[in-house]
Design a protein around this ligand. Structure first.
Ligand code: UD1
Length: 421
């Protein structure tokens, strides 16, 4: 099993280029199932999760060409005829469930292994099912399988009890080919939803309101192939912003969309970091002021992203004063707190609240384990400032979501190497 060896590195300085967003590319690739035409997706990050989605598309009968020189994936879905996604693939990635809506719309049936829980929470799919049922689908859920079928999807009103990102995407995709109009209320507003809607509209869908809490979809008879470039990854952007701040460095983050990372910018400024929106990208400086504590509460977009909670917590272990971190989106997303405490952070967790005591006890390197994707990134960031050497294991979590993480950090002066055990 591979691991990262991270050494105390000093301030990170230089420029880094952000990749395309994994969480936008995944539903967009799933949406190619909706057409018999050819879709070309640009700026796709080369990541394990993307590879799994390509394998799923191939298993359904699509022809998928990956060109990693240009980060382009071409999908020819004319041969799609299989409606099952086996557990072998689903167990590798929960986002496999994204093909449920498109398969229902294209083939009238979908049979997908239950994704099950994961380390950050139970992560049920009841809202996906509720929405698709509203569109007329029959959905049978057993412990290990979700079976969905429909003669004709019919537009309907769908109210989401929570603005789930995945449920909004699944329902929006299915509704593009439904008869009549669909309204999703209390929809998720994340930039990835807007990117998916813009891809679907380029395919001929009629979607309005993506990016607000009410999305209206007028069903059309068929969608056609198109070409689309994925938005930059806002969580990778945020992670490098925190990397600049935690090391008290000065980093220019290129290919970033400032509007997508407003809450991260606001919280970094509250801590005393300096963030400038420059012509070429976002410049983050942690070397100007003494950094101080701030409180964080995760919320659906445009609130502070749950995916940035762990990386930001790493930063808060190094500032002056105690910070409170409240996680409201996932019920069990503090696994990294225990690992950060192995480096000396002394974080106290009580239910959905964590108290982070700050820099009274400087971090000291130790062996730690990634518990999930963003928690793993947090450990790497902490390792950059911990005295001595930090060994981060179970890094396959991190490599699911950060393209060329080691190379990009090294390019800024970080002392990090990937070693095979
Ligand atoms: C997506 C992102 C993930 C991010 C999350 C929240 C992708 C591939 N992943 O995950 O990185 O952390 O949004 O921003 O885009 N829920 C239900 N029932 C459902 C669906 C969700 O109760 O049917 C709950 C979940 O358990 C969780 C909350 O809603 O507590 C948010 O989940 P959701 O927004 O659906 O996240 P994902 O789409 O899985």
């Amino acid at each position: 099993m591979a691991k990262y060896i991270v050494e105390q590195s000093g301030p990170l300085v230089g420029e880094v280029e952000i990749s395309g967003a994994k969480n936008a590319a995944l539903p967009i690739l799933a949406a190619t199932v909706l057409t018999e035409g050819i879709c070309e997706i640009n700026d796709v990050p080369r990541l394990r999760d993307i590879d799994v989605m390509c394998r799923i598309l191939r298993s359904l009968g699509a022809k998928v060409d990956e060109d990693w020189e240009t980060h382009t994936i071409k999908v020819d879905g004319s041969g799609i005829s299989v409606s099952e996604v086996p557990y072998d693939l689903v167990k590798l990635m929960r986002a496999s469930i994204f093909v449920m809506g498109p398969l229902l719309a294209r083939l009238g049936k979908a049979s997908i292994a239950q994704p099950g829980g994961c380390s950050i929470g139970d992560r049920p799919i009841d809202l996906h099912a509720k929405g698709l049922r509203n569109l007329g689908a029959k959905i049978l859920m057993s412990d290990d399988l979700v079976n969905a079928s429909v003669d004709t999807l019919k537009g309907a009103l769908v109210y989401l009890d929570f603005p789930s990102v995945g449920a909004t995407e699944n329902i929006m995709m299915a509704a593009t080919l439904a008869e009549g109009s669909t309204t999703i209320e209390n929809a998720a507003e994340e930039p990835e939803i807007v990117d998916l809607a813009s891809f679907l509209n380029k395919m001929g869908a009629r979607i309005k309101g993506a990016g607000t809490d009410t999305i209206r979809i007028e069903g059309v008879k068929a969608l056609h192939g198109t070409r689309h470039a994925v938005i930059p990854d806002r969580i990778e952007t945020g992670t490098f912003m925190v990397a600049a701040a935690i090391t008290r460095g000065n980093v220019l983050i290129k290919n970033s969309v400032p509007d997508h990372v407003r809450p991260v910018i606001a919280k970094l400024i509250e801590c005393g970091a300096v963030v400038n929106d420059e012509l070429e990208g976002l410049r983050v400086r942690g070397d100007v002021n003494r950094l101080v504590a701030t409180d964080i509460k995760t919320l659906p977009y445009p609130g502070f992203p749950t995916d940035m909670q762990a990386p930001f917590m790493a930063l808060l272990t190094t500032v002056s004063g105690t910070s409170t971190v409240i996680e409201t989106v996932f019920e069990n997303r503090f696994m990294h707190a225990g690992e950060l405490s192995r480096l000396g952070a002394n974080i106290r967790v009580n239910g959905r609240t964590a108290m982070v005591p700050g820099d009274k006890r400087p971090l000291v390197g130790a062996p730690v384990m990634s518990t999930d994707l963003r928690g793993g990134a947090a450990l790497v960031l902490a390792g950059l400032v911990a005295k001595g050497k930090t060994e981060v294991s179970e890094i396959y979590h991190i490599e699911r979501g950060y393209e060329h993480f080691v190379e990009k950090l090294s390019g800024l002066g970080a002392k990090i190497t990937r070693v095979e055990d």
